[in-house]
Design a protein around this ligand. Sequence first.
Ligand SMILES: Cc1ncc(C[n+]2csc(CCOP(=O)(O)OP(=O)(O)O)c2C)c(N)n1
Length: 346
Amino acid sequence: MAKAPSAHPHAPVAVASHHELSKEQLRALFRSMLLQRTVDNRGFQLNRQGKIPFAAGSEGHEAVQAATGMAFQRGKDLLYPYYRDVGLCMACGFPTIEVFYSLFARAKDNGGGRQFPSHLTKRAAGISSFSSIIAGHMTHAVGAAYALKYRNERDRVVICSFGEGSTSEGEWHEALNFAGLHRLPIVFVCENNKWAISTPQEKQMAVQDVAIKAAGYGMQGIIVDGFDPIAVYDAVTTARAQALDGGGPTLIEAKCYRFLSHTTDDDDRTYRSKAEVESHRKDDPVPRFEHWLLEHGVMSAGDVAAMKKDVLREVNECTDAAEAEPYPQASDLYTNVVEGAWEPWQ
Ligand SMILES: Cc1ncc(C[n+]2csc(CCOP(=O)(O)OP(=O)(O)O)c2C)c(N)n1
């Protein structure tokens, strides 16, 4: 009879938070979460007003993204995000106004106003451009981590994020295999929101935890409460320190939930019940963290109200400023796409 396998050295572990964060950092985390939610909702509003073609919402991901962004070391680390990571990009230094240049497809957008909205990029901030091809960015991220190791740039890591649906892609496995084999300085952050558009996790994989897959690639898997920004910060900071130390990659699975439709093009009422969505609202990371900050005396109710007002002001100003910007010129159509003025119709 087959024996049950003994505990694998890389069996996933659940982490509890132990990092000390200053009051200033805790407030910054909360502001980052509020900003993400406000930008998110503005994207959906602008779409429904017919002003922008598309937005991807991330309600429910605020804690993962704000905390991962705080663990990211600006000016050093490289971020390989995916399309739901607008909040993460902002938390890593991507300016709010530029999110709106992207949403409004204006000429000032880093992609010239011609990239799919929410597909942000900013070389100066170490934020890689990515495509909609699920898991396609993961091999790029691993390539970048290999370059850091090869060049002996020992104070930098790569952070690469993705959804649990990405783990069904071959490229995901190739990336993790290579990263594990070469013990690359990379932290993988899975934002497991339980849904891949209309496909629930149980129809996507035969295991309950993405983190367990880490064992197959010789790295540690970590499961963390993705609604808890302090726990996520702790997990990413610890994994980052390990990567810097030459300890290789970590796969962090932050369990969260997607409260909104997949994107503005999707209607989630066709594949999941309102009751299911509502059942996760009790864990909503934004009010939960607000409550925690009040309870621990980090902020007063007045501080919270003032912060919310300030975030709304910022988002309103960015919306108006970006909307007033011009669209790209038709004559720029091929700029950065093909060299020179290639005109196939001539
Ligand atoms: C290679 C590839 N296959 C399929 C798609 C279609 N697609 C777009 S988003 C998505 C779901 C991805 O889910 P997940 O990785 O869990 O991320 P989430 O959107 O839930 O954050 C799919 C299947 C795609 N863009 N690329």
